[in-house]
Structures are given as C-alpha cells and as structure tokens.
Design a protein around this ligand. Structure first.
Ligand SMILES: O=C(O)[C@H](O)COP(=O)(O)O
Ligand SMILES: [Mn+2]
Ligand SMILES: [Mn+2]
Length: 559
C-alpha cells in the first residue's frame, strides 16, 4: 500500500471463490425492444440468447446503456461503443467527451486553454481548418459544438476558416447531410458578413473518407488527406450542397459512403488545401475514428501512405485521443481521466486476460475497455488478439463477419486453461445494423448468437462462468418511429430506416457451471447500467470491487 493509502490489491470476496475462468461476451449493438418485424434480434433465430433470457430469471436482466448512465449529456443521447465499453471496463461513470466539450464551450474555457492559444498563432496570417463529422449524432461530434467553435474562432481573430466536412448517415438518418450542410452554410455566410472568410473546402462520406478505425484500411484516410490537405479528389464542385445532392444521385452513394470531393473557385482551383503555417482542428471528440488522421497530421515519420506533402501546421484535436501515445500533443479540451480501470486492477491481482475481436471492434475490448489507453498493462498476463476484418466492403455483404473466428479464438483460450478472463466483442448486430439492411442484420444476429453458443459451450467444459451483455442497442430496432412507437414513413410512403444506435437498454446474463447456485442478480439495483458490470465481473473472479466503483449487480443468497 502506498503512503496515500491507495492499493491495487483487491479484497477477497467473502463468498465467491477465485480461480474460475470467466468469459465476458459483449454483443455490439444488441438492445432489448418490443418484438416486431423491425426488431432483427427478435426475427432472427437466436436460441442461445433466448435460452439465457427464459432459462434463469434470476440471472438475466436489463441494464441502462445510454444517456447519463454512460456519462452522456442527456437522456436523449443514444449509447455508443466508446462510452459503453468505457463504462463496462472502468466500473464508474465519467463525464464523456460530448459533455466535457459542452461544458468547455459554455464556460468559454475552451478558448482560454493551451490548445486554442496554440492554434490561434496561425489566425492572423493563415487559415484555420476544421475537419470532422457533420451531424447532430452526438457519437463522434456535434454540429452545435462546431457552430460555437466557428463563432468563437472568428470572434478571436481567425481571418480565414475552411471546414472539411464528413457526411454521416450512420448516427443519423441517411440523407440528413443536406440539412446539416445548409445549416453550416448559413453560419458561414454570417461569418463572412462579419469579415471572416469562412467556407467549406472539401467533403466525403465518413466510412469512405477519413473515419476508418483501428487501422483497418489506410486508403480511407488517404482519400481524405488528398482532398483536405492536397486539394485533390475525383470530384470537384463549386458548392457542398450541390456536391452532396449530385453524388447521392450519381454514382448513387449514401451519406456514409459519399466519394471525396473538393470545393473549387471559378478558375477550378481548390479553395482550401492545407499549407505550411495553417492551423488544423479535428473537431470530433471521440477517439477511435480520428486517431489515424491524427497520426497522419502529427507524425514526422509516417509510412502508412504517401502524404506527398507534409505541411508544417499547428494541429490540435478537440480532445487528446490517446493518452498513452499523447496523441495529439495539442488539444482543446482535456479528455475524461478514466483511470484505475478493472483491467488494470485485475492484472495487479494476477488475473490473466485474453481479449479478442475483429479489427473493426478490436479497440473496443482493449483501448476503450482500458479507458482509452493503448497497449497492455502487463504483457506477461495479457494477450490481445485481433482477427483481421474484411476491408473495402459494407458489412451487409458479409453479415456473419468474423464472429465464428472470434468465438473459436475465445474457445481455444478458454480450453487452454491459460486465462482467467476471456473477453470478446461480437460486432455483427452493430456493424450490419448500421448498414440499414434488415435482411442482412437478421443473418448477423443469428451469427452472433451462434458465436455466443460456442463460447458458452467451452465455459461449460471447463466449469467456468459467463457474463453475456452488450454495449448499446442497434439491431433491435431498424426503423425510425414516432413518439407512440409507430414506424415513420417518408414522403414516398417508405419506412425510414434507422441506421443508428438506439436508447434501449441491453441484456446481461450470468451463468455457467462455475457460478455457485446461490449467486443471482440483486433486486435493489433497478436502474443499474453498464458501469455496474465491472464490479460484477470482479466479484465473479473472487474479488470485492474497489469502494468507489458502481455497485455490483449480484448477490449470494444464504444457503
Ligand atoms: O463509429 C461508428 O461506427 C458509429 O458512429 C458508432 O458505432 P459504435 O459506437 O458501435 O462504434
Ligand atoms: Mn458498439
Ligand atoms: Mn455502432
């Protein structure tokens, strides 16, 4: 124990023994909602998940996975992978990026911090570039935050501002990009009237341009680099609204996958490439899909693609995206300090951990789980395995994704006897749900269920324990609804497909032969959320959770 009284050592649980293998399975995008035909989890054959629900009423419940339960600003904020896995791994609720940026903007502190002062040095003689996701989704960024940032920068002397937009259609309805661009253009006009030369300089769909994650496909980032930095893209337009409308019609892309485009002046010259002396802010607060661009903007040594030109810029992130890598070095708002996560405690207490997912979710069970921290706590006790994802496809084409491969790795890890915790993320419900393809999402849910079965079978063999839960909803509702819950139709009488996450709670189930007969869910934590899972898992490893963790969901009833 240190002189401050702090100790990594966890107390033994008075009733639950140590030494059982514990499988922690996170179904990505798997919420609980009314059973109807737009609930793909309901429609799909999911015998394993059904049996967990029906089989043991004391060992299945729902937990909150959105809004304030996961540190988001309001109860209207849907959950997402970052905040969900942060809460699952850290066992406490931290005010998340969305909220911290809101506070910093409301108080004006954002403009007084080191990051803003740093980029401000470019305002007089150079351009400020703002790159990020343009929507009100609140998962990676928010339009109202961009608006306040634009206003604040112009009031503080920015003479020229270029916005490089990434259209969404994933956290918000497809087609909504047009209205977000209209709002932005309106703001930019007002800024020009006040003497700041502000305009949109380039754009592209978030999944095809810039916002790749976990190094699945650097080509995505390169497409963005070419448009944003070099001013080069396959499509040139005079204005962004025209660009988006035309590209949606031909080559018929949706908002998520719009090809890159550059805005040019009357002589065909790009209006805002990034050059020496400019300032750049990536205005997404969420890390995973900005880290790759941050590396390209910041690292002198970089070999992921040919940057052609590496301008000497002043670069700041909205947040620092990776605390371990200190990336980026400059940022406008300090990220949540998610420390003393359950993973760190458990390695200090000798727990050997195996974590696995496929590339597109790999960082969820490692980086997010560990409080946005890359790397191992103790490589001697941990093994993180990444199954390569398919790249260059939308996942409705291959809805089974790598679920079985992930399950096989988990099964082998369980049977090897080398690990105490075996943690996986099964991506299907989420990644296929985001495509809005209902048929494919049904196939995806079935595949995830089969993967769960393989893992539970292995736990059965070794006499272990399982915890099956999810990080937020998605596949359980694929249609936009009115307040009464009825599907909304668009002007052509078609249902409006919901590609985003939901506000639904998610299931959590515990079981396995290693779980004593007398362990069950408590009845006195009715509003329990994802942050209660870490203490629960620590108990199942035979430890008491630290006293400041959100309380456990389980109790051991007297025999
Ligand atoms: O980044 C994404 O794919 C979506 O915006 C959110 O999905 P996730 O939170 O499940 O990753
Ligand atoms: Mn998720
Ligand atoms: Mn998702």
């Amino acid at each position: 124990m240190s002189s401050s009284g702090f100790s990594w050592k966890l107390k033994e649980h008075p009733k639950i023994p140590k030494g059982k293998a514990v499988a922690v399975v996170v179904l990505d995008g798997w919420g609980e909602a009314n059973p109807d035909k737009y609930n793909c989890i309901h429609v799909a054959e999911t015998p394993t998940m059904d049996s967990l629900k029906k089989g043991a009423p004391d060992r299945w419940r729902l937990v909150r996975a959105h809004g304030t339960a996961v540190g988001l600003p309001t109860e209207d904020d849907m959950g997402n992978s970052e905040v969900g896995h942060n809460a699952l791994g850290a066992g406490r609720i931290f005010a998340q990026g969305a909220k911290l940026v809101d506070l910093a903007l409301a108080s004006g502190k954002i403009f007084e911090g080191e990051g803003f002062k740093y980029i401000k040095e470019s305002f007089n003689s150079n351009t400020l570039h703002l790159i990020g996701l343009l929507s009100d989704g609140g998962v990676h960024s928010r339009l109202d935050q961009l608006q306040l940032l634009l206003k604040g920068a112009s009031e503080r002397g920015a003479k020229r501002i270029c916005v490089h937009i990434l259209t969404d259609g994933r956290d918000v309805l497809d087609g909504s990009s047009v209205k977000f661009i209209e709002t932005l253009e309106n703001d930019l006009t007002k800024l020009r009237e006040k003497g700041t030369d502000a305009k949109i300089a380039s754009g592209g769909g978030r999944m095809y341009v810039t916002m790749d994650r976990y190094e699945n496909d650097w080509e995505v980032v390169k497409r963005g680099w070419d448009a944003q930095v070099l001013g080069e893209a396959p499509y040139n337009f005079r204005c962004a609204i025209e660009a988006v409308k035309k590209l949606r019609a031909e080559p018929k892309s949706n908002d998520q996958y719009l090809p890159p485009f550059v805005i040019v002046d009357e002589s065909g010259k790009p209006v805002g490439p990034i050059v020496d002396g400019d300032a750049v802010v990536t205005f997404n607060f969420r890390a995973d899909r900005m880290v790759m661009l941050a590396k390209a903007l910041e690292y002198q040594d970089f070999d992921k693609f040919d940057r052609v030109r590496f301008p000497k810029i002043r670069y700041a992130g909205m947040l620092q995206y990776d605390g371990e890598l200190k990336l980026p070095n400059h940022y406008l708002v300090s990220p949540p300090e998610i420390e003393r996560t359950s993973g760190e405690y458990l390695v200090h207490n000798g727990i050997r951990t195996f974590a696995c997912s496929e590339t597109v979710k790999f960082g969820h069970v490692t980086f997010f789980w560990n409080g946005n921290r890359s790397g191992y706590f103790n490589p001697a006790l941990e093994e993180y395995v990444e199954v390569p994802s398919d790249s260059g496809i939308t996942f409705n084409v291959k809805p089974k994704m790598k679920a079985m491969e992930i399950a096989e790795k988990a099964r082998d890890a369980i049977l090897s006897g080398k690990f105490d915790q075996i943690r996986v993320n099964l991506p299907n419900g989420d990644m296929v749900g985001h495509t809005g393809d209902i048929e494919a999402t049904i196939v995806a849910c079935k595949a995830a269920d089969e993967a769960v079965k393989m893992i539970l079978d292995a736990i059965e063999k070794v006499g272990g324990i399982y915890v099956v839960t999810a990080d937020h909803g998605n596949a359980e509702d694929m249609v936009k609804r009115n307040k009464a819950g009825q599907p909304l139709l668009d002007k052509n009488g078609q249902i409006q497909i919901l590609t985003s996450h939901t506000l639904e709670p998610v299931p959590i189930a515990i079981g396995g032969p290693g779980l004593g007969n007398f362990v069950r869910f408590r009845k006195d934590v009715p509003s329990g959320g994802l942050a209660n899972v870490a203490a629960t898992v620590m108990n199942l490893h035979g430890f008491e959770a630290p006293s400041d963790y959100e309380t456990t969901l389980i109790e051991v009833v007297d025999k």
